[in-house]
Ligand binder design. Structure first.
Ligand SMILES: Cc1ncc(C[n+]2csc(CCOP(=O)(O)OP(=O)(O)O)c2C)c(N)n1
Ligand SMILES: [Mg+2]
Length: 959
């Protein structure tokens, strides 16, 4: 607790009678000479405002029992101050001595909480009124001694609190009031108690049944934190009662099957069938069907998500969704946040989406090793208060079994608690023993009340243990013999709670036996019916290969021009920054005779027309509002007031929202968030932009585990667009390559589209195509976007290209191949190098008519048919050259090589032209870069078969 709290908790009004008189005397002495009082008193007074005026003293004094001013010693004030310090420290550090660890019966005493540390005795405390140290103490508490006893009960029990880092006075005071008033420890009705116990029996019996029936199979039992299920029950109930329509849950492997069965309502039979066999057998390719593309390869049972709708009569009241989850711990966190935000945003009218934070709540369940260990956790927490990313408060539960695989906490973290990271975000934290069900439910109630009031995150550190090894085949005695000796003899929470309820007469032993028998019977029956029910619950294939007719993406020039004009209109009172005005006014000229539309304008026009078609847009990334390269300017700032103005939010034709957000300097969590948003808002075109494509690999897990494979594993379909600035411009090894090779390596089963574009109109058509295909067979779209080409007129397009045509996977270089019959060398290339070639062709002496150049704009899906057509045009082709800027072991070469070769006629050879194999993607020295680029261009155009250093023949023998 910081010093402001002392002032908050103790005021002049807490003194009366002799104490007040003496306190005032001391205060006056302190005012005339602060050093005339002892240090503790001085510090104490430093926190206080001036005392009330004399009259008010008297009024204050009137009501007190003792009106006599009796001189009391300075010692007595010191004792009051000491008692206050003790009370304060119990509030702040009580958790250090709290009984939150089920495996530790009595925690060691902490000096900070001992009377002797403050030179206090019980008698001393008896002489101090309770209110002096606890202004809101319950009436029955009269003395400071009773107050200290009660505060110790409150703060060192099975539920402990860390609120000291919450700097907002109102929030902290509210939390403490709820805790100290006993409000969160209301007595629970016998029905609720019986219900909780019944749930705990279900939870445990389910695990026991799996353990016995499917011997030696991994299930990642919940046992040790069984109470998690009743906690989630309570949370779902509280959230839905408070009006939430969506509860979005993210969790890892531990206890997941139990949560699926009991919180998501997945039938036991369906889960049992997954232990027996694959869930949807008929979709799994049988042996011998290699090469048949089912678009689905599935995932292990403890990664699968689920969704449950809750009904009130016939109307759907709410939906509970558990996100599909890869093994990669904690990476689902931002995805779930994206779900929640998408469910909260209303995108149906133009402007900025209207967010209703109460409509959806995100719940994240973490591991005690993973929470402090995985950086994505901090990244996601850092989104929690940002305008573009917050979700009105996430409820975090660390399912703390005090171990991570075989590593204990001293090996896993440098902090005392698994939860400490959350402190920097001022997230209130409670630690609670998983052996005390009612304390755990109280923690959920407190968390939900806080979230609902303040719309901020809350964290529950649920301290339990792990009954088995990391998985059920793992013997934990090998590494943690002492710990497991303790765990093996530890009674389960169901046993503990059953005894408590029996003792208090809520339930008889016979009733208990009956409940247990019913539950076991249900499990047995479900097992017997498994096959039939299991099939009913199978995942449905969404026909990932459904043929689609391509929508038209062209837009009449008049409409584009009109949109362009209206986007350049500012409100009368808006002062545009002159330099920016010049940039924007150039956009008017784009539609004039001979005018060109550059990349940024093409994007704006694509956005505007997509909005006009009724599809909402959300764009996020570092510096994305202006554009890293100063080209986009979708958000304008009033030069005088700094106010934001977003033309696309005012556009008359728009029929849906436009959101654009500069993201924090984070890749993984933001990609995850946008991916989640795209899943939950399939009606919206969601785009994430890397600052330079090079930095996108900080989010590699999201590409590997979600974007590229989500459909194959979980039939999860995302239309997320990745904008990855890519191109070799001499800016060094980390400002050149978006690692095209990695995206191509991940390409299969029509999982996404990977492109590298050279014309603004291509970008326009492709964005519109993506927006149009959101509703059916949508896939992520990975675009290698330009940097220098943003301002290169050769990459700009004339307006007619927007009004006609469509996205082309392959483009001819017009200055070559004038005589098709003469062509002997076909150069295939992609991206910026094609523009460099075009520039050279314009200025160079006439190029041999034996040369043809073709740009491969779409790399995946491989445009085989289109390239086949290209090849057919040149009957005398002797060689095909793949030209790329990237080193030979990077870029598209390894991907293109076998695919191009498969198209070649006998006799034609395939050559590679580009940088040799390198460990670092680009030169760090600008001159070396220049020389290399020039060499590549020269070798492409020089028509000789001499033995160039990097023009390698990629014959069959070389690969
Ligand atoms: C990113 C990542 N690294 C490593 C692993 C392998 N792994 C799976 S579970 C586990 C231990 C996790 O410990 P904790 O977070 O405490 O969760 P618990 O298993 O104890 O519930 C590890 C290391 C993983 N799944 N993901
Ligand atoms: Mg753990």
């Amino acid at each position: 607790m910081d010093d402001t709290t002392i002032a908050g908790l103790i005021s002049w009004r807490d003194f009366y009678g002799p104490n007040l008189g003496y306190a005032i005397e001391l205060y006056e002495r302190y005012l005339s000479d602060p050093n005339s009082v002892d240090a503790a008193t001085k510090k104490f007074f430093e926190q206080w405002e001036a005392p009330p005026v004399q009259q008010e003293y008297q009024q204050l004094d009137m009501g007190t029992a003792d009106k006599q001013r009796i001189a009391i010693s300075e010692n007595e004030v010191t004792r009051i101050v000491a008692a206050q310090r003790l009370a304060r420290n119990i509030r702040e550090y009580g958790h250090l001595e709290a009984r939150i660890n089920p495996l530790v019966e009595q925690p060691a005493a902490v000096a900070l909480l001992k009377l002797s540390t403050y030179q206090l005795t019980e008698n001393n405390l008896d002489a101090i009124p309770a209110q002096s140290i606890w202004p809101d103490a319950p009436k029955e508490i009269r003395t400071a001694r009773e107050a200290i006893i009660r505060l110790r009960q409150v703060y060192t029990g099975t539920l402990a609190y860390e609120f000291g880092h919450v700097h907002n006075m109102e929030e902290r005071a509210r939390l403490m009031r709820m805790v100290e008033s006993g409000a969160i420890f209301h007595s629970r009705s016998p029905e609720e108690q019986r219900k909780t116990l019944k749930r705990l029996i279900q939870v445990e019996e389910f695990e026991t049944f799996l353990h016995r029936t499917f011997v030696g199979q991994k299930r990642f039992s919940i046992e040790g934190v069984d109470i998690l299920v009743p906690m989630l029950d309570k949370l779902v109930q509280a959230a839905v009662e408070a009006g939430a329509k969506h509860v979005m849950i993210g969790m890892a492997h531990r206890g997941r099957l139990n949560v699926l069965a009991h919180v998501l309502g997945k039938p036991y039979a369906a889960i049992f069938s997954e232990f027996h066999t694959a869930p949807n057998k008929e979709l799994v390719p049988s042996e011998g069907s290699m090469g048949i593309n089912y678009g689905w390869t599935g995932d292990v049972k403890y990664h699968l998500g689920a969704s449950k709708t809750m009904h009130e009569g016939k109307t759907v009241q709410a939906r509970v969704k558990l996100a599909n989850n890869p093994s990669h711990l904690e990476f689902v966190n931002p995805v779930v946040e994206g779900f929640a935000r998408a469910a909260q945003d209303d995108r149906s009218a133009k402007g900025y989406p209207r967010q209703n934070q109460d409509k959806a709540i995100a719940v994240l369940i973490h591991g005690d090793a993973a929470f402090p260990g995985e950086g994505i956790v901090a990244e996601t927490l850092n989104l929690s208060s940002l305008e573009g990313f917050h979700t009105g408060g996430t409820l975090h539960i660390i399912a703390n079994n005090q171990i991570g695989f075989t590593a204990e906490k001293h090996e896993s973290r440098s902090t005392r608690y698994a939860s400490d990271l959350a402190k920097g975000f001022e997230i209130p934290i409670v630690h609670v023993s998983a052996d005390d069900p009612e304390a755990c439910l109280a923690a959920i109630e407190l968390a939900h009340a806080y979230r609902n009031t303040f719309h901020k995150d809350f964290l529950i550190d649920l301290v339990g243990y792990r009954k088995w090894g990391h998985n059920e085949m793992d013997d934990p005695n090998m590494t943690q013999p002492q710990l497991y000796a303790k765990i093996t003899s530890h009674p389960s929470v169901r046993t503990i709670y059953a005894q408590t309820l029996e003792k208090s007469g809520v339930l008889t032993a016979e009733e208990l036996t009956q409940i247990e028998q019913e539950i076991r019977e249900r499990l047995r029956t479900a097992y017997n019916q498994m096959t039939a029910e299991g099939k009913a619950h199978d995942l449905q294939s969404k026909d990932s290969q459904s043929p689609q007719t391509l929508p038209s993406t062209a837009v009449p020039i008049a409409s584009l021009q009109q949109i362009n004009e209206s986007l350049l209109e500012y409100p009368a009172d808006f002062t545009v920054y002159p330099k920016l005005d010049r940039v924007l006014q150039k956009r008017r000229a784009a539609f004039a005779e001979g005018g060109k539309i550059d990349w940024a304008l093409a994007e704006t026009l694509a956005f505007a027309t997509i909005l006009a078609d009724g599809t909402a847009i959300r764009l996020a990334g570092q510096d994305t509002e202006r554009g890293t390269f100063g080209h986009r300017h979708v958000v304008l700032h009033d030069a005088k007031t700094g106010d934001r103005f977003v033309p696309l939010q005012r556009l008359a034709q728009a029929q849906a929202t436009f959101a654009v957000h500069n993201s924090p300097l984070t890749e993984a969590a933001v990609i995850g968030f946008e991916y989640g948003y795209s899943i939950e808002a399939p009606d919206t075109l969601v785009l994430w932009e890397a600052q330079f494509g090079d930095f996108a690999n900080a989010g590699q897990v999201l590409f590997d585990q979600f974007l590229s494979s989500g459909n194959a594993k979980w039939l999860e379909q995302s239309g997320l667009v990745l904008l990855l600035p890519h191109g070799y411009e001499g800016q060094g090894p980390e400002h050149s390559s978006a690692r095209l090779e990695r995206f191509l390596q991940l390409s299969a089963e029509n999982n996404w589209r990977v492109v590298n574009l050279t014309r603004a109109a291509q970008y326009f058509h492709l964005l519109r195509l993506q927006a149009a295909s959101l509703q059916h067979a949508v896939r992520p779209l990975v675009i290698m976007t330009p940097k220098s080409l943003l301002r290169n007129v050769r990459a700009a397009s004339s307006p007619s290209e927007f009004a006609e045509g469509s996205f082309q996977t392959v483009l001819d270089e017009p200055l070559t191949a004038t005589h098709k019959e003469a062509v002997e060398r076909l150069v295939l290339c992609t991206g910026k190098i094609a523009i460099e070639l075009a520039a050279t062709l314009e200025t160079a002496p006439p190029v041999s008519d034996r040369l043809a150049i073709v740009r491969v704009e779409q790399l995946y899906p491989f445009p085989g048919q289109e390239l086949q057509q290209v090849l057919k045009r040149y009957p005398h082709l002797r060689e095909v050259v793949w030209l790329q800027e990237e080193p030979q072991n990077m870029g598209a070469w390894a991907y293109m090589q076998p695919r191009i070769r498969a198209l070649l006629k006998d006799g034609a050879i395939l050559r590679y032209l580009g940088r040799p194999e390198r460990s670092s993607p680009a030169e760090g020295i600008a001159d070396a870069h220049e020389m290399t680029q020039k060499r590549m261009i020269r070798e492409t155009l020089e028509f000789s078969h001499s033995n160039h250093s990097n023009l390698t023949i990629a014959g069959r023998e070389s690969w």
